[in-house]
Design a protein around this ligand. Structure first.
Ligand code: NAD
Length: 500
Protein backbone atom coordinates (compact mmCIF):
# COMPACT_ATOMS: atom_id res chain seq x y z
CA UNK A 1 0.00 0.00 0.00
CA UNK A 2 1.20 3.53 -0.65
CA UNK A 3 2.48 5.46 2.37
CA UNK A 4 -0.48 7.87 2.42
CA UNK A 5 -3.37 5.55 1.58
CA UNK A 6 -5.39 3.94 4.33
CA UNK A 7 -7.59 0.96 3.78
CA UNK A 8 -11.21 1.18 4.88
CA UNK A 9 -12.60 -1.85 6.73
CA UNK A 10 -15.93 -3.07 8.03
CA UNK A 11 -16.42 -4.98 11.25
CA UNK A 12 -16.93 -8.60 10.23
CA UNK A 13 -16.46 -10.10 13.66
CA UNK A 14 -20.20 -10.39 14.35
CA UNK A 15 -23.00 -12.90 13.89
CA UNK A 16 -23.77 -13.81 10.25
CA UNK A 17 -26.99 -15.77 10.20
CA UNK A 18 -29.51 -17.35 7.85
CA UNK A 19 -32.62 -15.36 6.95
CA UNK A 20 -35.67 -17.61 6.99
CA UNK A 21 -39.33 -16.61 7.14
CA UNK A 22 -38.47 -13.03 8.03
CA UNK A 23 -36.19 -13.96 10.93
CA UNK A 24 -32.45 -14.30 11.36
CA UNK A 25 -31.44 -17.63 12.81
CA UNK A 26 -28.39 -19.76 13.52
CA UNK A 27 -27.59 -22.65 11.23
CA UNK A 28 -27.07 -26.33 11.75
CA UNK A 29 -23.35 -25.62 11.56
CA UNK A 30 -20.80 -22.92 10.80
CA UNK A 31 -18.17 -22.19 8.17
CA UNK A 32 -14.91 -20.31 8.59
CA UNK A 33 -14.41 -17.73 5.83
CA UNK A 34 -10.96 -16.69 4.72
CA UNK A 35 -9.57 -13.32 3.65
CA UNK A 36 -8.37 -13.91 0.05
CA UNK A 37 -5.87 -11.05 0.34
CA UNK A 38 -3.95 -12.68 3.20
CA UNK A 39 -5.20 -16.26 3.55
CA UNK A 40 -6.02 -15.47 7.18
CA UNK A 41 -9.37 -16.22 8.90
CA UNK A 42 -12.01 -13.56 8.22
CA UNK A 43 -15.11 -14.55 10.17
CA UNK A 44 -17.50 -17.41 10.79
CA UNK A 45 -20.95 -17.72 9.20
CA UNK A 46 -23.95 -19.91 9.95
CA UNK A 47 -24.73 -22.72 7.52
CA UNK A 48 -28.05 -24.41 6.92
CA UNK A 49 -28.78 -28.10 7.28
CA UNK A 50 -31.41 -29.86 5.19
CA UNK A 51 -34.12 -29.06 7.75
CA UNK A 52 -33.46 -25.34 7.45
CA UNK A 53 -33.47 -25.49 3.67
CA UNK A 54 -36.86 -27.16 3.87
CA UNK A 55 -38.04 -24.54 6.35
CA UNK A 56 -36.98 -21.75 3.96
CA UNK A 57 -38.75 -23.42 1.03
CA UNK A 58 -41.91 -23.91 3.13
CA UNK A 59 -41.81 -20.23 4.15
CA UNK A 60 -41.48 -19.12 0.52
CA UNK A 61 -44.28 -21.51 -0.47
CA UNK A 62 -46.59 -20.11 2.21
CA UNK A 63 -45.67 -16.53 1.31
CA UNK A 64 -46.56 -17.24 -2.30
CA UNK A 65 -49.73 -19.30 -1.74
CA UNK A 66 -51.20 -17.30 1.14
CA UNK A 67 -49.16 -14.15 1.65
CA UNK A 68 -49.77 -10.67 0.37
CA UNK A 69 -46.75 -10.36 -1.95
CA UNK A 70 -48.08 -11.82 -5.23
CA UNK A 71 -51.38 -10.06 -4.56
CA UNK A 72 -49.94 -6.59 -4.08
CA UNK A 73 -50.31 -4.22 -6.99
CA UNK A 74 -47.28 -3.95 -9.23
CA UNK A 75 -46.89 -0.38 -7.99
CA UNK A 76 -46.71 -1.53 -4.37
CA UNK A 77 -44.02 -4.07 -5.20
CA UNK A 78 -42.17 -1.46 -7.25
CA UNK A 79 -42.18 1.02 -4.38
CA UNK A 80 -40.48 -1.46 -2.11
CA UNK A 81 -37.84 -2.28 -4.72
CA UNK A 82 -37.15 1.44 -5.31
CA UNK A 83 -36.64 1.86 -1.56
CA UNK A 84 -34.28 -1.11 -1.48
CA UNK A 85 -32.25 0.44 -4.31
CA UNK A 86 -31.92 3.67 -2.31
CA UNK A 87 -30.85 1.72 0.77
CA UNK A 88 -28.12 -0.03 -1.22
CA UNK A 89 -26.90 3.38 -2.39
CA UNK A 90 -27.00 4.72 1.18
CA UNK A 91 -24.91 1.78 2.40
CA UNK A 92 -22.80 1.43 -0.75
CA UNK A 93 -19.42 2.15 0.81
CA UNK A 94 -19.92 -0.38 3.60
CA UNK A 95 -21.25 -3.00 1.17
CA UNK A 96 -18.37 -2.44 -1.26
CA UNK A 97 -15.85 -2.79 1.51
CA UNK A 98 -17.50 -5.96 2.80
CA UNK A 99 -17.55 -7.42 -0.70
CA UNK A 100 -13.86 -6.67 -1.17
CA UNK A 101 -12.95 -8.18 2.21
CA UNK A 102 -14.93 -11.34 1.44
CA UNK A 103 -14.29 -11.79 -2.29
CA UNK A 104 -10.96 -10.05 -2.81
CA UNK A 105 -11.63 -7.84 -5.83
CA UNK A 106 -10.44 -4.21 -5.72
CA UNK A 107 -12.63 -1.60 -4.10
CA UNK A 108 -12.93 0.35 -7.32
CA UNK A 109 -14.67 -2.70 -8.78
CA UNK A 110 -16.94 -3.43 -5.81
CA UNK A 111 -18.00 0.23 -5.69
CA UNK A 112 -19.06 -0.11 -9.29
CA UNK A 113 -20.86 -3.41 -8.52
CA UNK A 114 -22.86 -1.86 -5.66
CA UNK A 115 -24.10 0.97 -7.88
CA UNK A 116 -24.97 -1.58 -10.54
CA UNK A 117 -26.89 -3.73 -8.03
CA UNK A 118 -28.92 -0.73 -6.85
CA UNK A 119 -29.72 0.17 -10.44
CA UNK A 120 -30.81 -3.38 -11.18
CA UNK A 121 -33.44 -3.15 -8.42
CA UNK A 122 -34.42 0.26 -9.80
CA UNK A 123 -34.73 -1.06 -13.35
CA UNK A 124 -37.04 -3.92 -12.35
CA UNK A 125 -39.02 -1.68 -10.00
CA UNK A 126 -39.73 0.48 -13.04
CA UNK A 127 -40.52 -2.49 -15.25
CA UNK A 128 -42.98 -4.00 -12.74
CA UNK A 129 -45.61 -1.45 -13.67
CA UNK A 130 -45.11 -1.58 -17.43
CA UNK A 131 -47.44 -3.59 -19.67
CA UNK A 132 -46.38 -7.18 -20.26
CA UNK A 133 -49.61 -8.61 -21.63
CA UNK A 134 -51.19 -8.71 -25.08
CA UNK A 135 -54.62 -8.94 -26.61
CA UNK A 136 -55.02 -11.32 -29.53
CA UNK A 137 -57.30 -10.86 -32.50
CA UNK A 138 -59.17 -14.16 -32.53
CA UNK A 139 -62.25 -15.18 -34.53
CA UNK A 140 -65.24 -13.32 -33.04
CA UNK A 141 -67.30 -13.44 -30.96
CA UNK A 142 -64.57 -13.93 -28.38
CA UNK A 143 -61.59 -12.05 -27.10
CA UNK A 144 -58.29 -13.43 -25.84
CA UNK A 145 -55.90 -11.64 -23.59
CA UNK A 146 -52.50 -13.00 -22.67
CA UNK A 147 -51.26 -12.15 -19.20
CA UNK A 148 -48.08 -12.90 -17.34
CA UNK A 149 -48.24 -14.26 -13.81
CA UNK A 150 -45.52 -15.04 -11.30
CA UNK A 151 -44.19 -18.62 -11.46
CA UNK A 152 -44.22 -19.20 -7.71
CA UNK A 153 -41.34 -20.19 -5.46
CA UNK A 154 -37.95 -19.55 -7.05
CA UNK A 155 -34.75 -21.25 -5.91
CA UNK A 156 -31.82 -19.02 -6.84
CA UNK A 157 -28.26 -20.29 -6.71
CA UNK A 158 -25.40 -17.88 -7.35
CA UNK A 159 -21.58 -17.89 -7.63
CA UNK A 160 -18.85 -15.97 -5.84
CA UNK A 161 -17.50 -13.63 -8.52
CA UNK A 162 -20.12 -10.84 -8.22
CA UNK A 163 -21.89 -11.77 -4.98
CA UNK A 164 -24.28 -8.86 -4.42
CA UNK A 165 -24.75 -8.11 -8.10
CA UNK A 166 -25.71 -11.72 -8.86
CA UNK A 167 -28.16 -11.61 -5.93
CA UNK A 168 -29.68 -8.46 -7.47
CA UNK A 169 -29.91 -10.05 -10.95
CA UNK A 170 -31.88 -12.90 -9.38
CA UNK A 171 -34.02 -11.18 -6.75
CA UNK A 172 -34.99 -7.99 -8.60
CA UNK A 173 -36.89 -9.52 -11.55
CA UNK A 174 -38.30 -12.36 -9.43
CA UNK A 175 -39.73 -9.94 -6.85
CA UNK A 176 -40.92 -7.44 -9.43
CA UNK A 177 -42.97 -10.23 -11.04
CA UNK A 178 -44.48 -11.25 -7.67
CA UNK A 179 -42.56 -14.46 -6.95
CA UNK A 180 -41.11 -15.52 -3.63
CA UNK A 181 -37.47 -16.56 -3.34
CA UNK A 182 -34.99 -18.82 -1.62
CA UNK A 183 -31.54 -17.47 -2.47
CA UNK A 184 -28.37 -19.49 -1.95
CA UNK A 185 -25.19 -17.40 -2.17
CA UNK A 186 -21.85 -19.05 -2.78
CA UNK A 187 -20.46 -20.63 0.36
CA UNK A 188 -17.30 -18.52 -0.18
CA UNK A 189 -18.98 -15.11 -0.40
CA UNK A 190 -22.23 -14.89 1.59
CA UNK A 191 -21.64 -11.65 3.51
CA UNK A 192 -23.24 -9.00 1.29
CA UNK A 193 -26.30 -11.21 0.75
CA UNK A 194 -26.82 -11.30 4.52
CA UNK A 195 -26.43 -7.52 4.71
CA UNK A 196 -29.03 -7.31 1.93
CA UNK A 197 -31.38 -9.43 4.05
CA UNK A 198 -30.84 -6.98 6.91
CA UNK A 199 -31.82 -4.10 4.63
CA UNK A 200 -34.87 -6.06 3.47
CA UNK A 201 -35.96 -6.70 7.03
CA UNK A 202 -35.71 -2.96 7.78
CA UNK A 203 -38.07 -2.45 4.85
CA UNK A 204 -40.58 -4.83 6.38
CA UNK A 205 -40.84 -7.10 3.39
CA UNK A 206 -43.56 -9.68 4.21
CA UNK A 207 -42.09 -12.75 5.96
CA UNK A 208 -41.01 -15.57 3.66
CA UNK A 209 -40.84 -13.51 0.45
CA UNK A 210 -37.03 -13.59 0.48
CA UNK A 211 -35.15 -16.31 2.34
CA UNK A 212 -31.38 -16.58 2.35
CA UNK A 213 -29.87 -19.96 3.09
CA UNK A 214 -26.12 -20.35 3.42
CA UNK A 215 -24.10 -23.43 2.72
CA UNK A 216 -22.45 -25.43 -0.01
CA UNK A 217 -23.89 -26.95 -3.16
CA UNK A 218 -24.46 -30.45 -1.83
CA UNK A 219 -26.10 -29.44 1.45
CA UNK A 220 -28.18 -26.48 0.28
CA UNK A 221 -28.13 -26.07 -3.50
CA UNK A 222 -29.03 -29.63 -4.40
CA UNK A 223 -32.13 -29.90 -2.14
CA UNK A 224 -33.28 -26.55 -3.50
CA UNK A 225 -32.97 -27.76 -7.08
CA UNK A 226 -34.70 -31.06 -6.23
CA UNK A 227 -37.56 -29.75 -4.09
CA UNK A 228 -41.07 -30.52 -5.31
CA UNK A 229 -42.24 -27.29 -3.64
CA UNK A 230 -40.00 -25.08 -5.77
CA UNK A 231 -41.42 -23.95 -9.14
CA UNK A 232 -38.32 -22.51 -10.77
CA UNK A 233 -34.60 -22.73 -10.28
CA UNK A 234 -32.36 -19.95 -11.56
CA UNK A 235 -28.67 -20.74 -11.53
CA UNK A 236 -25.47 -18.91 -12.29
CA UNK A 237 -22.26 -20.89 -12.12
CA UNK A 238 -20.22 -23.51 -13.92
CA UNK A 239 -21.42 -25.73 -16.76
CA UNK A 240 -20.80 -28.84 -14.67
CA UNK A 241 -23.02 -27.67 -11.80
CA UNK A 242 -25.59 -26.31 -14.28
CA UNK A 243 -26.04 -29.79 -15.75
CA UNK A 244 -26.45 -31.30 -12.25
CA UNK A 245 -29.09 -28.70 -11.44
CA UNK A 246 -30.98 -29.24 -14.69
CA UNK A 247 -31.12 -32.96 -13.89
CA UNK A 248 -32.21 -32.33 -10.30
CA UNK A 249 -35.00 -30.02 -11.53
CA UNK A 250 -36.60 -32.81 -13.58
CA UNK A 251 -38.46 -34.28 -10.56
CA UNK A 252 -41.30 -31.75 -10.85
CA UNK A 253 -40.23 -30.31 -14.23
CA UNK A 254 -39.55 -26.97 -12.61
CA UNK A 255 -38.64 -24.10 -14.89
CA UNK A 256 -34.87 -23.72 -15.25
CA UNK A 257 -32.66 -20.84 -16.34
CA UNK A 258 -28.90 -21.32 -16.45
CA UNK A 259 -26.20 -18.66 -16.79
CA UNK A 260 -23.04 -20.64 -17.22
CA UNK A 261 -19.42 -20.20 -18.16
CA UNK A 262 -17.58 -18.98 -21.20
CA UNK A 263 -14.32 -18.95 -23.12
CA UNK A 264 -15.02 -15.76 -24.96
CA UNK A 265 -13.06 -14.59 -28.01
CA UNK A 266 -11.89 -11.06 -28.74
CA UNK A 267 -11.01 -10.75 -32.45
CA UNK A 268 -8.60 -7.97 -33.37
CA UNK A 269 -8.15 -6.93 -37.01
CA UNK A 270 -5.00 -5.14 -38.13
CA UNK A 271 -6.92 -2.01 -39.17
CA UNK A 272 -7.87 -1.14 -35.58
CA UNK A 273 -5.67 1.11 -33.45
CA UNK A 274 -3.40 -1.39 -31.74
CA UNK A 275 -2.82 0.46 -28.47
CA UNK A 276 -6.55 0.88 -27.97
CA UNK A 277 -7.13 -2.80 -28.75
CA UNK A 278 -4.52 -3.80 -26.18
CA UNK A 279 -6.13 -1.52 -23.62
CA UNK A 280 -9.48 -3.26 -24.13
CA UNK A 281 -7.77 -6.64 -24.04
CA UNK A 282 -6.35 -5.89 -20.57
CA UNK A 283 -9.81 -4.94 -19.35
CA UNK A 284 -11.36 -7.99 -21.05
CA UNK A 285 -9.13 -10.50 -19.26
CA UNK A 286 -7.80 -8.94 -16.05
CA UNK A 287 -10.93 -7.23 -14.71
CA UNK A 288 -11.82 -9.08 -11.48
CA UNK A 289 -8.61 -11.09 -12.01
CA UNK A 290 -10.27 -12.92 -14.90
CA UNK A 291 -13.05 -14.27 -12.68
CA UNK A 292 -15.76 -13.01 -15.01
CA UNK A 293 -18.07 -15.31 -16.97
CA UNK A 294 -17.68 -13.09 -20.06
CA UNK A 295 -13.89 -12.65 -19.65
CA UNK A 296 -12.07 -12.20 -22.94
CA UNK A 297 -9.84 -15.18 -22.34
CA UNK A 298 -8.98 -15.81 -26.01
CA UNK A 299 -7.39 -13.03 -28.04
CA UNK A 300 -7.68 -13.84 -31.76
CA UNK A 301 -5.34 -11.46 -33.52
CA UNK A 302 -4.69 -10.87 -37.23
CA UNK A 303 -1.32 -12.19 -38.32
CA UNK A 304 -0.09 -8.79 -39.61
CA UNK A 305 -0.25 -7.27 -36.10
CA UNK A 306 0.02 -10.40 -33.94
CA UNK A 307 3.65 -10.00 -32.84
CA UNK A 308 3.22 -6.31 -32.09
CA UNK A 309 0.01 -7.06 -30.16
CA UNK A 310 1.79 -9.71 -28.06
CA UNK A 311 4.69 -7.35 -27.34
CA UNK A 312 2.42 -4.52 -26.24
CA UNK A 313 0.16 -6.83 -24.24
CA UNK A 314 3.15 -8.24 -22.36
CA UNK A 315 4.53 -4.74 -21.65
CA UNK A 316 1.22 -3.42 -20.34
CA UNK A 317 0.31 -6.58 -18.36
CA UNK A 318 3.66 -6.55 -16.60
CA UNK A 319 2.85 -3.15 -15.11
CA UNK A 320 -0.49 -4.13 -13.56
CA UNK A 321 -0.39 -3.50 -9.81
CA UNK A 322 -1.39 -6.73 -8.07
CA UNK A 323 -2.33 -6.41 -4.42
CA UNK A 324 -5.02 -6.48 -1.72
CA UNK A 325 -8.42 -5.28 -2.86
CA UNK A 326 -8.64 -2.75 -0.03
CA UNK A 327 -5.45 -0.99 -1.13
CA UNK A 328 -6.53 1.97 -3.28
CA UNK A 329 -3.44 1.48 -5.48
CA UNK A 330 -4.41 -2.08 -6.41
CA UNK A 331 -5.46 -2.72 -10.00
CA UNK A 332 -5.88 -6.50 -9.75
CA UNK A 333 -6.73 -8.37 -6.55
CA UNK A 334 -6.27 -11.97 -5.42
CA UNK A 335 -8.36 -14.91 -6.56
CA UNK A 336 -11.33 -15.72 -4.36
CA UNK A 337 -10.06 -18.86 -2.64
CA UNK A 338 -7.21 -21.29 -2.21
CA UNK A 339 -9.20 -23.77 -4.31
CA UNK A 340 -9.46 -21.28 -7.19
CA UNK A 341 -5.75 -20.47 -6.85
CA UNK A 342 -4.88 -24.16 -7.19
CA UNK A 343 -7.20 -24.52 -10.19
CA UNK A 344 -5.61 -21.59 -12.04
CA UNK A 345 -2.03 -22.71 -11.27
CA UNK A 346 -2.95 -26.20 -12.44
CA UNK A 347 -4.18 -24.82 -15.78
CA UNK A 348 -0.96 -22.85 -16.17
CA UNK A 349 1.04 -26.02 -15.77
CA UNK A 350 -1.30 -27.83 -18.19
CA UNK A 351 -0.61 -25.09 -20.77
CA UNK A 352 3.13 -25.51 -20.36
CA UNK A 353 2.87 -29.29 -20.71
CA UNK A 354 0.73 -28.87 -23.82
CA UNK A 355 3.58 -26.91 -25.38
CA UNK A 356 2.16 -23.38 -25.35
CA UNK A 357 4.68 -20.55 -24.92
CA UNK A 358 4.41 -18.69 -21.63
CA UNK A 359 5.00 -15.10 -22.76
CA UNK A 360 4.38 -13.61 -19.30
CA UNK A 361 3.58 -14.59 -15.72
CA UNK A 362 2.48 -18.07 -14.79
CA UNK A 363 3.74 -17.40 -11.29
CA UNK A 364 2.69 -15.72 -8.05
CA UNK A 365 3.96 -12.32 -6.89
CA UNK A 366 6.93 -12.55 -4.53
CA UNK A 367 7.63 -10.60 -1.34
CA UNK A 368 6.24 -10.66 2.20
CA UNK A 369 3.41 -8.23 1.56
CA UNK A 370 1.40 -10.62 -0.59
CA UNK A 371 2.56 -13.89 0.97
CA UNK A 372 -0.41 -15.98 2.07
CA UNK A 373 -2.89 -14.28 -0.30
CA UNK A 374 -4.31 -16.04 -3.36
CA UNK A 375 -2.51 -13.97 -5.99
CA UNK A 376 -1.54 -14.96 -9.53
CA UNK A 377 0.37 -12.62 -11.84
CA UNK A 378 -1.11 -11.64 -15.21
CA UNK A 379 -0.37 -14.59 -17.47
CA UNK A 380 -0.14 -14.75 -21.26
CA UNK A 381 0.18 -17.84 -23.45
CA UNK A 382 1.04 -17.66 -27.16
CA UNK A 383 1.77 -20.30 -29.81
CA UNK A 384 -1.31 -22.26 -28.79
CA UNK A 385 -3.23 -24.81 -30.82
CA UNK A 386 -7.05 -24.78 -30.92
CA UNK A 387 -7.38 -28.22 -29.33
CA UNK A 388 -5.31 -27.37 -26.24
CA UNK A 389 -7.17 -27.47 -22.94
CA UNK A 390 -6.09 -23.91 -22.11
CA UNK A 391 -7.84 -22.80 -25.32
CA UNK A 392 -10.97 -24.91 -24.82
CA UNK A 393 -11.66 -24.77 -21.07
CA UNK A 394 -12.69 -21.93 -18.80
CA UNK A 395 -9.81 -21.11 -16.43
CA UNK A 396 -11.48 -18.25 -14.53
CA UNK A 397 -8.28 -16.47 -13.64
CA UNK A 398 -5.90 -13.85 -15.10
CA UNK A 399 -4.76 -16.16 -17.89
CA UNK A 400 -5.17 -15.30 -21.57
CA UNK A 401 -4.28 -17.22 -24.72
CA UNK A 402 -3.38 -15.33 -27.89
CA UNK A 403 -4.26 -17.01 -31.18
CA UNK A 404 -3.23 -15.87 -34.66
CA UNK A 405 -5.49 -15.73 -37.72
CA UNK A 406 -5.22 -15.03 -41.41
CA UNK A 407 -8.48 -13.97 -43.05
CA UNK A 408 -11.95 -13.39 -41.71
CA UNK A 409 -13.08 -16.98 -42.10
CA UNK A 410 -10.32 -18.35 -39.90
CA UNK A 411 -11.03 -15.69 -37.27
CA UNK A 412 -14.67 -16.78 -37.13
CA UNK A 413 -13.78 -20.50 -37.06
CA UNK A 414 -11.41 -19.97 -34.15
CA UNK A 415 -13.90 -17.74 -32.32
CA UNK A 416 -16.66 -20.35 -32.56
CA UNK A 417 -14.37 -23.29 -31.89
CA UNK A 418 -15.32 -24.12 -28.29
CA UNK A 419 -18.31 -25.64 -26.51
CA UNK A 420 -19.16 -22.22 -25.05
CA UNK A 421 -21.10 -19.32 -26.55
CA UNK A 422 -21.47 -16.67 -23.89
CA UNK A 423 -19.76 -13.54 -25.27
CA UNK A 424 -17.47 -12.32 -28.02
CA UNK A 425 -16.04 -9.13 -29.48
CA UNK A 426 -14.62 -7.86 -32.74
CA UNK A 427 -12.30 -4.89 -33.11
CA UNK A 428 -12.05 -3.36 -36.58
CA UNK A 429 -12.23 0.04 -38.25
CA UNK A 430 -14.32 -1.44 -41.08
CA UNK A 431 -17.99 -1.13 -40.15
CA UNK A 432 -19.17 -3.59 -42.81
CA UNK A 433 -16.74 -6.23 -41.65
CA UNK A 434 -17.71 -5.53 -38.03
CA UNK A 435 -21.31 -6.44 -38.84
CA UNK A 436 -20.33 -9.48 -40.87
CA UNK A 437 -18.08 -10.93 -38.22
CA UNK A 438 -20.21 -10.14 -35.18
CA UNK A 439 -23.20 -11.74 -36.92
CA UNK A 440 -21.17 -14.90 -37.40
CA UNK A 441 -20.15 -15.19 -33.74
CA UNK A 442 -22.25 -17.85 -32.02
CA UNK A 443 -22.68 -16.09 -28.68
CA UNK A 444 -25.45 -14.40 -26.73
CA UNK A 445 -23.55 -11.21 -25.87
CA UNK A 446 -21.39 -9.50 -28.48
CA UNK A 447 -19.52 -6.23 -28.72
CA UNK A 448 -17.99 -4.26 -31.57
CA UNK A 449 -14.95 -2.20 -30.58
CA UNK A 450 -15.76 -2.61 -26.91
CA UNK A 451 -15.74 -5.21 -24.16
CA UNK A 452 -17.69 -6.15 -21.01
CA UNK A 453 -20.37 -3.47 -21.38
CA UNK A 454 -23.30 -4.90 -19.40
CA UNK A 455 -26.62 -3.15 -19.06
CA UNK A 456 -29.60 -3.91 -16.85
CA UNK A 457 -31.71 -3.08 -19.91
CA UNK A 458 -30.18 -5.70 -22.25
CA UNK A 459 -30.38 -9.52 -22.30
CA UNK A 460 -27.56 -11.55 -20.78
CA UNK A 461 -26.97 -15.23 -21.43
CA UNK A 462 -25.36 -17.73 -23.71
CA UNK A 463 -25.59 -19.96 -26.76
CA UNK A 464 -24.43 -23.58 -26.74
CA UNK A 465 -23.18 -24.80 -23.33
CA UNK A 466 -23.15 -21.30 -21.87
CA UNK A 467 -26.70 -21.68 -20.68
CA UNK A 468 -30.45 -21.70 -21.01
CA UNK A 469 -32.55 -18.53 -21.19
CA UNK A 470 -31.65 -14.92 -20.56
CA UNK A 471 -31.38 -12.60 -17.58
CA UNK A 472 -31.72 -8.81 -17.50
CA UNK A 473 -33.91 -6.58 -19.63
CA UNK A 474 -37.53 -7.43 -20.28
CA UNK A 475 -36.33 -10.98 -21.09
CA UNK A 476 -35.16 -11.35 -17.49
CA UNK A 477 -38.59 -10.40 -16.16
CA UNK A 478 -40.36 -12.74 -18.59
CA UNK A 479 -38.18 -15.59 -17.33
CA UNK A 480 -39.87 -15.17 -13.93
CA UNK A 481 -43.40 -15.36 -15.32
CA UNK A 482 -45.84 -17.92 -16.64
CA UNK A 483 -47.93 -17.03 -19.69
CA UNK A 484 -51.66 -17.43 -19.36
CA UNK A 485 -54.21 -16.98 -22.10
CA UNK A 486 -57.68 -15.88 -21.07
CA UNK A 487 -60.37 -16.38 -23.68
CA UNK A 488 -63.72 -14.72 -23.05
CA UNK A 489 -66.67 -15.90 -25.10
CA UNK A 490 -68.77 -12.84 -25.88
CA UNK A 491 -71.76 -14.78 -27.13
CA UNK A 492 -72.38 -17.95 -25.10
CA UNK A 493 -74.78 -20.27 -26.99
CA UNK A 494 -75.25 -24.02 -26.75
CA UNK A 495 -72.31 -25.71 -28.48
CA UNK A 496 -74.50 -28.39 -30.15
CA UNK A 497 -71.49 -30.69 -30.57
CA UNK A 498 -73.65 -33.55 -29.35
CA UNK A 499 -77.27 -34.16 -30.19
CA UNK A 500 -79.64 -32.56 -27.65
P1 NAD B 1 -20.08 -23.38 -9.23
O1 NAD B 1 -20.88 -24.01 -10.30
O2 NAD B 1 -19.03 -24.18 -8.57
O3 NAD B 1 -21.03 -22.87 -8.05
C1 NAD B 1 -22.08 -21.96 -8.25
C2 NAD B 1 -23.10 -22.13 -7.16
O4 NAD B 1 -23.67 -23.43 -7.26
C3 NAD B 1 -22.55 -22.02 -5.76
O5 NAD B 1 -23.48 -21.35 -4.94
C4 NAD B 1 -22.43 -23.47 -5.33
O6 NAD B 1 -22.49 -23.68 -3.94
C5 NAD B 1 -23.63 -24.08 -6.01
N1 NAD B 1 -23.58 -25.52 -6.23
C6 NAD B 1 -22.47 -26.30 -6.38
N2 NAD B 1 -22.84 -27.59 -6.59
C7 NAD B 1 -24.19 -27.62 -6.57
C8 NAD B 1 -25.17 -28.65 -6.72
N3 NAD B 1 -24.82 -29.92 -6.94
N4 NAD B 1 -26.47 -28.32 -6.65
C9 NAD B 1 -26.85 -27.06 -6.45
N5 NAD B 1 -25.98 -26.03 -6.28
C10 NAD B 1 -24.66 -26.30 -6.35
O7 NAD B 1 -19.50 -22.04 -9.84
P2 NAD B 1 -18.55 -20.98 -9.10
O8 NAD B 1 -17.19 -21.57 -9.04
O9 NAD B 1 -19.18 -20.49 -7.85
O10 NAD B 1 -18.59 -19.78 -10.16
C11 NAD B 1 -17.81 -19.75 -11.28
C12 NAD B 1 -18.62 -20.15 -12.50
O11 NAD B 1 -19.77 -19.32 -12.64
C13 NAD B 1 -17.85 -19.95 -13.78
O12 NAD B 1 -18.02 -21.06 -14.62
C14 NAD B 1 -18.49 -18.71 -14.40
O13 NAD B 1 -18.34 -18.61 -15.78
C15 NAD B 1 -19.89 -18.85 -13.97
N6 NAD B 1 -20.60 -17.55 -14.02
C16 NAD B 1 -21.48 -17.32 -15.04
C17 NAD B 1 -22.14 -16.08 -15.14
C18 NAD B 1 -23.12 -15.81 -16.26
O14 NAD B 1 -23.87 -14.84 -16.17
N7 NAD B 1 -23.16 -16.60 -17.31
C19 NAD B 1 -21.90 -15.10 -14.19
C20 NAD B 1 -21.00 -15.36 -13.16
C21 NAD B 1 -20.36 -16.61 -13.09
Amino acid sequence: MSATATAPTVKVDRKWQLFVDGKFQDGAGERQLTDPASGRPLCRVAEAGRQQVEQAIAAARKAFDQGPWPRLTALERAQLLFKLADMIDDNAEELACLETMNMGKPLRETRFDMADAANCFRYYAGLATKPLGQTMAVPAPSVTSVVREPIGVCGQIIPWNYPLLMAAWKLAPALAAGNTCVLKPSEYTPLTAIRLAELLSELELPAGVVNIVLGDGAAVGQPLAESMLVDKVAFTGSVKTGKTIAAAALGNLKKVTLELGGKSPMIVFGDFDLDTAVDYALFAIYCNAGQVCSAGSRMIVEQSVHDQFVKKMVERSRKIRVGPGLDPDTEMGPLVSEQQLKRVLEYISVGQHEGARLALGGDRPGGDRLAGGYYVNPTIFTDVRPEMRIVQEEIFGPVVVIQKFEGEEQAIDLANGTAYGLAGAVFTADVTRAHRVVNAIRAGITWVNGYHNTYNECPWGGYKQSGWGRELGTYGLEAYTELKQINVNLDPQPVRWFAP
